[in-house]
Design a protein around this ligand. Structure first.
Ligand code: 5AD
Length: 363
């Protein structure tokens, strides 16, 4: 297993930002100044992770969830969701498809579903790692240590767990505890690191009750956590959730609420690149949902270096509705894959080869 390295990355002073500077950038509205931000993020991206755009096939293996997050359409009490759990054979067929498309990684994601048993998933991980060249990323929620250990032992390479917001009060409101345990995602991220996973986290942008100061602190934290992967995307209201219905929202004083806009998302992607020069940063589906035509490309030219095409079979994909109108519902099959490749080349980049791990100390 890979040794666990916890050293902070070498970063030139020019590439770092203080929390106050991050906050100023979040408030910046002048297009000329923002051009400077995009250019700086793009230069840092090029210097540290190069022109490759890594493709990760996203496989949504189950939409069962025991949690009651205020923002997510898969929350346990949304009874309108028709629940599914993929079979081993289905997962393996999708992994083969990811290989055929030339993707370097399969990302298996689900709600927090204890119907996904430790050994069942460990066996699938082992099979993918022995039968394919894929890296395996997991995004299964706040599972107990024993599960994280078993899956790492089985060969899983990476784990994604967004901390969503660093504001304790807001987090507790939108993310109620479950199974009698206080949710501490930072403790889980530390544990994942100890186990030798590449660790990914991130936040939603524009959660009702999220202030500029909180978001600046979140971005600053990405750096202190030395994250290998950072996923950020706009919060998109889901009508079957308390936040989407406006029931739970904490109103902030005028001017303090972060908007869940495309522009704000680009700012956060760019700032994330500057504070985490070596991280793998996706241009997310949520961003593409706000701007179907150009969202992904713009994300890639403002700091991002990863795209996560959805490879979930269509009859399941429509039921994995974290937020409404996910753009990936139109994105399917070999035609979409070729289209993604063309779009990457059209902005002067190239599809990544190999697994696309974090590379330390390249410059
Ligand atoms: N809008 C945007 N992103 C969402 N997520 C969950 N619900 C929403 C929503 N309504 C994000 C969370 C979670 C990731 C898998 O999806 O950040 O960590």
């Amino acid at each position: 297993m890979k040794p666990n390295t916890t050293t902070t990355p070498p970063t030139s002073p020019a590439a770092s930002l203080t929390e106050a500077e991050i906050l100023d950038w979040l408030h910046e509205e002048d297009p000329a100044n923002l051009e400077e931000l995009w250019a700086r993020a793009d230069a840092v991206r090029k210097a540290h992770v190069g022109d490759e755009v890594h493709l990760r096939g996203l496989l949504e293996i189950s939409n069962h969830c025991i949690r009651r997050c205020g923002y997510c359409g898969l929350r346990a009490d949304n009874h309108r969701v028709e629940r599914y759990r993929m079979t081993e054979a289905e997962v393996m067929a999708c992994a083969a498809e990811a290989v055929a498309y030339g993707y370097g990684t399969v990302v298996m994601q689900s709600g927090e579903d204890y119907g996904i048993q430790t050994d069942w998933l460990a066996n699938i991980i082992r099979r993918i790692k022995t039968e394919t060249p894929l890296a395996v990323t997991l995004s299964m929620g706040e599972r107990p240590d024993e599960d994280l250990e078993a899956w790492r032992e089985a060969g899983a390479d990476r784990y994604l767990l967004r901390f969503e917001t660093s504001n304790r009060a807001l987090y507790r409101m939108i993310h109620p505890d479950a199974r009698g345990k206080v949710s501490d995602r930072f403790a889980i991220l530390a544990r994942l690191r100890e186990l030798g996973y590449e660790v990914g986290s991130g936040v939603m942008i524009g959660i009702p009750g999220q202030s500029y100061a909180t978001l600046a602190h979140d971005i600053h934290l990405f750096r202190s956590l030395d994250l290998d992967m950072v996923g950020v995307g706009p919060y998109i209201g889901h009508p079957e959730t308390p936040l989407g219905k406006g029931e739970w929202s904490a109103r902030l004083p005028e001017g303090e609420q972060v908007p869940n806009t495309e522009l704000m998302t680009y700012k956060v992607v760019a700032l994330t690149r500057i504070v985490c020069p070596e991280a793998n940063i996706p241009s997310t589906t949520a961003l593409a949902t706000l701007n179907r035509d150009q969202g992904r490309e713009q994300g890639l030219t403002r700091g991002a270096n990863v795209i996560m095409p959805n490879i979930t079979p269509m009859h399941y994909r429509t039921r994995y509705e974290i937020y409404p109108a996910k753009v990936c519902l139109q994105e399917t099959g070999p035609a979409f894959y070729r289209n993604i490749q063309d779009r990457i080349r059209s902005i002067g980049r190239r599809p990544g080869e190999g697994q696309g791990n974090r590379i330390r100390g390249r410059t």
